[in-house]
Design a protein around this ligand. Structure first.
Ligand code: SIN
Ligand code: FE2
Length: 205
């Protein structure tokens, strides 16, 4: 991590930087993400197995992560054929501050968790080269983040991610299994209607 950060916690190689973004920075990012969603609407994707994901997803950058019956993948186009919008500058600034690498990310996934949404344990493994880190920004309601090891059924540790926290999956933490067990709906007033936004930055292509 390229940043000296005081409130840093380590979970099986995943660094969690609590309070990385102050309230004005969080509010600006929400504004940027609203603009982004105007050009790339949140969509509810299906897994390859045919289940609807509870998280709604948008994206920005050269490549957006999508899933449907034909599989998980990075796609240069939205499902409606449009290009993805550009990654907002404020989001790129978080990558520069926390990624520890000089490469610029080409993919920004935006997840929206409404009431009851969660994400099962998984590895981030759809990227062409998984040596590059994943930088993850939490906005809005608290989320229970579970982190395991690089083995599918290893022991896990959990932490509540709060609005403004940044997590970095790099080095030995890059391929660990992780997921969101649940959110505390309405725990933050950042998003007027509640819920949680999670922004993840990657070098995907
Ligand atoms: C993810 O693993 O893609 C999302 C993690 C999160 O929502 O914090
Ligand atoms: Fe992930």
């Amino acid at each position: 991590m390229g940043d000296l950060f005081s409130d840093k916690l380590e979970l099986n190689g995943v660094a969690v930087c609590a309070g990385a973004l102050d309230r004005p920075a969080q509010e600006q990012m929400v504004k940027d993400l609203r603009l982004l969603a105007g050009n790339a609407p949140f969509r509810q994707y299906q897994t390859p197995g045919g289940r609807k994901m509870s998280v709604r997803m948008s994206a920005a950058g050269a490549l957006g992560w999508v899933t449907d019956r034909s599989g998980y993948r990075y796609d240069p186009h939205q499902p409606d054929g449009r290009d993805w919008p550009e990654i907002p500058e404020g989001v790129l600034a978080v990558w520069r501050r926390f990624s520890g690498v000089n490469r610029i990310p080409d993919s920004c996934l935006v997840n929206f968790y409404g009431k009851g949404a969660k994400m099962g344990m998984h590895q981030d493994r759809d990227e062409a080269d998984t040596k590059w880190p994943v930088v993850s920004i939490s906005l809005g309601d608290d989320a229970l983040f579970r982190v395991g090891s690089a083995e599918p059924r290893g022991p896990t540790k959990s932490v509540w991610l709060k609005s403004g926290d940044v997590a970095v999956l790099s080095g030995e933490g890059r391929m660990v299994y992780h997921g969101i067990d649940r959110i505390r709906f309405g725990s933050s007033d950042l998003l007027p209607d509640g819920g949680r936004l999670n922004v993840t930055l990657r070098v995907a292509g």
